[in-house]
Design a protein around this ligand. Structure first.
Ligand code: IPM
Ligand code: MG
Length: 359
């Protein structure tokens, strides 16, 4: 059955536009092969939006997102703002406001490793072989969104969570665990933080009442930081609050050998958003050298979210076949590095002529 979907494309800053362009090409190739029609509306976000409109999330961008079936997001951030604590507006505010405005309370980051890239992991191959977990990071609460401010001789950021905020993301994590290996690890700091004790209470009760078939275990965040390195195969679904998830998901991403490989989905109340987990990598911007695979795999998550599972798998198969053929950007240390656009083209080619590429 052919479908038509509206995609909001927010390329953002740095390498965002070039990797997003490849993800759009991939969606086009999927549309062609499966007979779907995707239409794209482009909108500004981040530093580029500050430059053009004086606002990291212009009203028009939010409207575009609200009117779309899904959002493809590139990256935001610009060095101009990084070392300026007094900057009145920052690109990151655009992303945070977007998350809040769309109610995107769950950030889902799968940590999957490609067999042909195991040697690139900073961990020994035997430690990372078989690693396959997914992080559910709460995205619209906690210290990111609590009351913050300055006092005469200091500053504060409050960490606040409500029961319903915890409950709704925990349900998504448990549901996903059911479709995977049936285990949820709640990561918190319940030995110190009151909010963490609330997480434990809510999640434990939910597990007992609704998901008795899923195994729940708990881990303090400092220990989790260690276990991700020590014993990464032990995780299935990791569930955690906003800031812990921010830190641990960056840590987990290096297991895959390159930050340029991992996609993410942010879902919640309104239009879902899909973005590579890497940042704007300003040093590489405009050079056609960035790895487009994280953006392309984000497009695969977008397809899956729209219920297009075969299409999502076609993207993943093409990515795998491209890697196995040794076509990769410089971050993957191939003997001959390809350009961002060449990798995108190769993946599109395999989507359109899949015969020998299928697993
Ligand atoms: C992320 C990023 C953002 C965050 C920044 C850019 C605000 O690090 O998506 O993980 O901290 O959530
Ligand atoms: Mg982060």
């Amino acid at each position: 059955m052919s479908i038509a979907k509206k995609i909001a494309v927010l390329p953002g800053d740095g390498i965002g536009p070039e990797v997003t362009a490849q993800a759009v090409q991939v969606l086009q190739a999927i549309g062609e092969r499966f007979g779907h029609t995707f239409t794209y509306t482009y909108a500004d976000v981040g530093a580029i939006a500050i430059e053009r409109h004086g606002d990291p999330l212009p009203e028009a961008t939010l409207d575009t997102c609200l009117n779309a079936d899904a959002i493809l997001f590139g990256a935001i951030g610009h060095p101009r703002f990084d070392n300026d604590p007094s900057a009145p507006v920052r690109p990151e505010q655009g992303l945070l406001r977007l998350r809040k405005s769309l109610g995107l309370f769950a950030n889902i980051r799968p940590v999957t490793l490609y067999p042909s890239l195991l040697h690139l992991s900073p961990l020994r191959e035997e430690k990372v072989r078989g690693v396959d977990f997914v992080i559910y990071r709460e995205l619209t609460g906690g210290i990111y969104f609590g009351d913050k401010g300055q006092t005469p001789n200091g500053a504060y950021d409050h960490c606040v969570y409500t029961g319903p905020e915890i409950d709704r993301i925990a349900r998504l994590a448990f549901e996903h665990a059911r479709r995977r290996r049936g285990k949820v690890t709640l990561v918190d700091k319940a030995n110190v933080l009151e909010t963490s004790r609330l997480w434990r209470k809510i999640v434990t009760a939910l597990a007992a009442e609704v998901y008795p078939d899923v195994t729940l275990d708990w881990m303090y965040v400092d220990n989790a930081a260690m276990q991700i390195i020590q014993y990464p195969v032990s995780f299935d679904v990791m569930l955690t609050e906003n800031m812990f998830g921010d830190i641990l998901s960056d840590e987990a991403s290096v297991l895959a050998g390159s930050l340029g490989m991992l996609p993410s989905a942010s879902v919640g109340e309104k239009t879902a958003l899909f973005e590579p987990i890497h940042g704007s990598y300003p040093q590489a911007a405009g050079q056609d050298i960035a790895n487009p695979i994280a953006a392309i795999l984000s497009a695969a998550m977008l397809l899956e979210h729209l219920g297009l599972t075969a299409e999502a798998n076609a993207v993943r198969d093409a990515v795998q076949a491209t890697l196995e053929a040794g076509i990769a950007t410089a971050d993957l240390q191939t003997s001959q590095a390809s350009r961002c656009s060449e990798v995108g083209r190769a993946i599109c080619g395999l989507i359109l002529a899949p015969v020998e590429a299928e697993r």
